[in-house]
Design a protein around this ligand. Structure first.
Ligand code: ADP
Ligand code: MG
Length: 306
């Protein structure tokens, strides 16, 4: 759905995107993450056909990006800070957007009512946007990019600036839209939200996709395993020293009386930990794999390679 190859974009001497290459498949939710200033919004502007790039290729659904794809409604772009006419009501605003598609008034009204329902604003359809909360505005922004029934949604930080409830609503709405067949590229610095909805993520760093992965592969492929253990009786100092010396042990820490073992990458390290704890005759009350978060992964990816 998005095919980008060797894309370069500079603002004056500032080279923001350097040979950016990335693909987003039809039907997936792709999380576009990166530090502030990494160039996520710049890239999304280019994908939406709103800005020019110096060199490279950028195809959306097989066609070179242009203003036309957005006007025809096939690409729905929600910028980071969408602007609204404050004096309009939510419904009026959607009808105003719809007027660009030159549809019959009755069809436009039906469409607007359905979209307000989708983004849970039906009860506020006749209120002025000036009185909407941030979450409501963000949802109205989402409804406005859905007016032309786009196949691809480009959502730039759609849940930032929202409270946890607002973020949760946004996450659920995006999931539903994806189930209805929409492809989604979403940028966010709230990695928790990205983790909840994305199939794949790409980290934009130093102007290109520094790392790309399926979220399900995160733990196994990139992050060494960690286990949290609770013992009936804590290991002796000798045991602790022996554990620390093991070649498969990265490091150990204790947090609130629980031992956290950070092991080196590889399946065998887990087996060796269990075997060693057994050999030491330690009564283990519980041993849990600590799930790594996208945040762990992100920090490791961008800080290890500055
Ligand atoms: N219109 C512009 N003119 C000059 N520099 C810009 C412009 N827009 C963005 N930049 C610069 O490009 C870099 C990337 O910005 P941006 O795409 O907004 O990053 P992100 O969305 O990842 O936070 C930043 O250093 C920013 O200052
Ligand atoms: Mg941005």
């Amino acid at each position: 759905m998005i095919y980008v190859k060797g894309l370069n974009k500079s603002y004056g001497p500032h080279h923001v995107l350097k040979d950016l290459t990335m693909h987003v498949e039809k039907g997936e939710i792709y999380g576009f993450i990166g530090k502030n200033g990494a160039g996520k919004s710049t890239a999304m502007n280019l994908f939406a056909g709103l800005a020019q790039f110096q060199s490279g290729e950028c195809l959306i659904a097989g066609k070179a990006t242009s203003m036309h794809s957005r006007k025809s409604g096939k690409v729905g772009y929600l910028p980071e800070n969408p602007g609204f006419y404050q004096y309009m009501t939510g419904l009026e605003y959607l009808l105003f957007i719809d007027s660009m598609f030159k549809r019959k008034n009755s069809a436009a009204r039906r469409n607007a009512a359905e979209l307000l329902e989708t983004v849970k604003l039906s009860d506020d359809a006749y209120r002025r946007i000036g009185g909407y909360s941030r979450g409501m505005r963000q949802r109205l922004g989402l409804a406005s990019v859905l007016v032309g029934d786009p196949d691809l949604l480009l959502l730039d930080e759609p849940s930032s600036a929202l409270d946890p409830e607002g973020r949760n609503d946004m996450v659920n709405i995006i999931k539903d839209l994806n189930r209805q067949g929409k492809t989604v590229l979403i940028s966010s610095h709230i990695l928790d939200d990205i983790e909840k909805i994305c199939d794949r993520i790409g980290i934009l760093h130093c102007g290109h996709i520094h790392l790309e992965t399926n979220l399900t592969d995160l733990d196994d492929k990139y992050l060494p395993p960690s286990y949290q253990a609770v013992f009936e009786k804590g290991p002796s100092p000798e045991n602790i020293a022996a554990l620390k010396r093991k070649p498969w042990m990265e490091n150990m820490e204790t947090v609130n009386g629980r031992f956290i073992f950070h092991l080196k990458q590889g399946d065998e390290s887990k087996v060796l930990l269990l075997k060693t704890l057994g050999e030491m005759n330690l009564a283990v009350q519980s041993l849990l794999r600590k799930k790594s978060t996208l945040e762990d992964f992100f920090l490791k990816a961008v800080n290890g390679n500055e």
